[in-house]
Design a protein around this ligand. Structure first.
Ligand SMILES: [Cu+2]
Length: 124
């Protein structure tokens, strides 16, 4: 085998190894990294009440109500869920559009109910 030929072979070998490593790495990581944000709901607030996201990221809210079957409603995203006290309710937030999306409790929970709200900001 002459020198030039050997270089080509080594190049091919290195390329193959890099491909293999890349494939192994892809297997180890989930395809899309999911961002999980825990939110608690209690009379009469969500915590956190302001959530800032990046456009295109994969986001799931894990909502837990403490003291009542609060609601979680994002009218402009056509999303809503009941939040029974105790278990975690998972809600995936679409982030394909940038903007500010208000959310609110839509289960009447008492005198402060009207103030129980927050906002999701999706940055461009
Ligand atoms: Cu409420």
């Amino acid at each position: 085998m002459n020198g030039a030929r050997r270089k080509v072979c080594l190049g091919a070998l290195a390329g193959g190894a890099a491909l293999l490593l890349g494939a192994l790495e892809a297997q180890a990581k989930p395809a899309r990294k999911e961002r999980v944000i825990k939110v608690t709901a209690r009379k009469f607030q969500y915590s956190p009440s302001e959530i800032t996201l990046k456009r295109g990221e994969s986001v799931v809210l894990e909502l837990t109500a403490i003291d009542f079957v609060h609601g979680f409603n994002v009218p402009s995203l056509h999303l809503r869920a009941d939040l029974p006290p105790g278990p975690v309710t998972r809600v995936r937030i679409p982030t394909d559009k940038a903007g500010v999306f208000d959310f609110l409790c839509d289960n009447f929970c008492g005198s402060g109910h009207e103030e129980m709200n927050g906002k999701i900001t999706v940055l461009a």
